[in-house]
Design a protein around this ligand. Structure first.
Ligand code: NAD
Ligand code: LMR
Length: 444
């Protein structure tokens, strides 16, 4: 019999700035991934409504047969769902801003997923993501969750320990965006034209091999470009790019220089050049301010415009790497395609000389059973040292939350490569405890 299934998708964190892109990608791809229902869930109904009112118009104009609903009620949201796309930000931009500004005040990199800021966010994010998993298992036990919520490495370590049998797959769009850039550099259409080997932790990994589908080795051409321009591409010069991303893509050249046998993930810049990053940071205007002034304004402004005009026919919302990746993953699971894509999963031998319990980012085959990891072999000495240290930081952060341990959290902060010593780690930690008092358990 013909496969006439249609799927029900829930976006958890409906008020996210990334939601409209996902809605557009879903609506453009109904021939490959048909929908019967699209729902939004958020615990901030007012924020979500601004996106949902525009999305409702989009759905009505392009696919009126799809049932659309936005709710703050978990039972309504999670009942009768096949896929949950999770992208929540516990504490929202107000807390992200502190994750960035508190470390910077102490002369340390302040970043959403890196160092003390990332750990602080992790301790807020874990209970929020676990709550989503539990809602899914209660109301739609057969559903899959694809989770973008950051800091993905720490959240993934927590889901491995707390919900080892749950159908949650933690994912990241950073290497995906870089691979779209690689494709552009070598003149291919998109990332799906590349066959790659990659290993590491989330926001902390390396490509060891990139080829086209005929088997041609693309590494020499890519290395030549990255050595000179980092991952900046022609489109950046033509269409413009936010200043912080321009800097990040450019700095890939310096990160690459440290290991010319591989190609690096961009966020390694924070670990290898923290002094330079801090020097280029403005403690009074961080990435959060930039997101609020650019992406958030654009997205919410466009939603308001759609609602005011009562039509989305002329909308500028476009599919992007973030939205196409999560829809590709759902499609691969739904139709058991075994497409090769990255996920953050328990190592279990994928990197042979790294702790089997580490949550690593490696290529996997995606199908009806979720993600099947591919063996990437042995990490080189440099990468082994980096990964082992960083993974211990991530494990200690989860230990600290579960055990309510001040000492473990202090260890996590001080073991971070970007924190110069335990004294500074303690000063940052003590400020972070005050700032996160509404979110963290009491530590002792
Ligand atoms: P955002 O603040 O615009 O949206 C997040 C939404 O989550 C908000 O509407 C907020 O109200 C909601 N929320 C917060 N806590 C919640 C909870 N406990 N339950 C339900 N909803 C909750 O954030 P954004 O910048 O669009 O990013 C969303 C998330 O996706 C963040 O965690 C971000 O770090 C992550 N992200 C990940 C990647 C990746 O590749 N891994 C890329 C981009 C963004
Ligand atoms: C975000 O988009 O907020 C982050 O996940 C990455 C960035 O752009 O800083």
């Amino acid at each position: 019999a013909a496969d006439d299934r249609k799927f029900s998708v829930l976006i958890a964190g409906g008020g996210s700035t990334y939601t409209p892109g996902i809605v557009l990608t879903l609506l453009n791809g109904l021939d490959k991934f048909p929908l019967r229902k699209l729902k939004f869930y958020d615990n901030d109904g007012e924020r979500q409504k601004k996106i949902a009112d525009a999305a409702r118009i989009l759905v009505k104009e392009r696919a009126p047969e799809i049932e659309f609903e936005a709710t703050t009620n978990p039972a309504e949201a999670f009942t009768d769902v096949d896929f949950v796309m999770a992208q929540i930000r516990v504490g929202k931009y107000a807390m992200r801003s502190l994750d960035e500004k508190i470390p910077l005040k102490h002369g340390v990199v302040g970043q959403e997923t890196t160092g003390p800021g990332g750990i602080a966010y992790g301790l807020r994010s874990i209970p929020g993501v676990i709550e989503l998993v539990d809602y899914m298992e209660k109301y739609s036990p057969n559903a899959w969750m694809l989770n973008y919520s950051n800091p993905a490495a720490i959240v993934a370590e927590a889901t491995r320990r707390l919900r080892p049998n749950s159908k949650i797959i933690n994912i990241c769009d950073m290497p995906i965006g870089i691979m779209d850039r690689m494709a552009q550099i070598v003149g291919l259409k998109d990332r799906n034209d590349l066959v790659f080997r990659y290993y590491g932790l989330n926001h902390f990994g390396w490509w060891t091999d990139v080829r086209d589908k005929t088997g041609k080795d693309l590494m020499p051409q890519l290395k030549k470009h990255v050595a000179k321009h980092g991952y900046l591409v022609d489109d950046d010069y033509e269409e413009g790019i936010e200043p912080s991303w321009e800097e990040t893509f450019k700095m890939a050249a310096d990160v690459y220089a440290l290991d010319p046998t591989t190609l690096p993930n961009t966020y390694l810049k924070y670990y290898m050049y923290p002094t330079q990053v801090v020097k280029h940071s403005d403690p009074n205007y961080t990435r959060t301010d930039e997101v609020e002034d650019h992406r958030q304004k654009l997205v919410f402004g466009e939603c308001a415009r759609i609602v005011e005009n009562g039509t989305a026919k002329d909308t500028g919302f476009k599919p992007d790497d973030h939205s196409t990746y999560i829809v590709d993953l759902c499609t691969a699971i739904a139709y058991d395609t075994k497409q090769r894509m990255l996920a953050i999963i328990p190592n279990e031998g994928a990197i042979s000389n790294i702790d089997p319990t580490a949550m690593v980012e490696v290529p996997c085959l995606f199908g009806a059973n979720g993600a099947e990891r591919l063996a990437m072999g042995k990490a080189a000495t440099y990468q082994t040292g980096m990964i082992t240290e960083q993974n211990s930081v991530e494990k200690l952060a989860v230990d600290a939350l579960l055990e309510h341990s001040y000492t473990k959290l202090w260890q996590a902060f001080s073991l971070c490569k970007i924190v110069p010593d335990a004294g500074i780690a303690k000063d940052i930690l003590d400020d972070m405890i005050v700032a996160n008092k509404d979110y963290w358990p009491e530590l002792n």
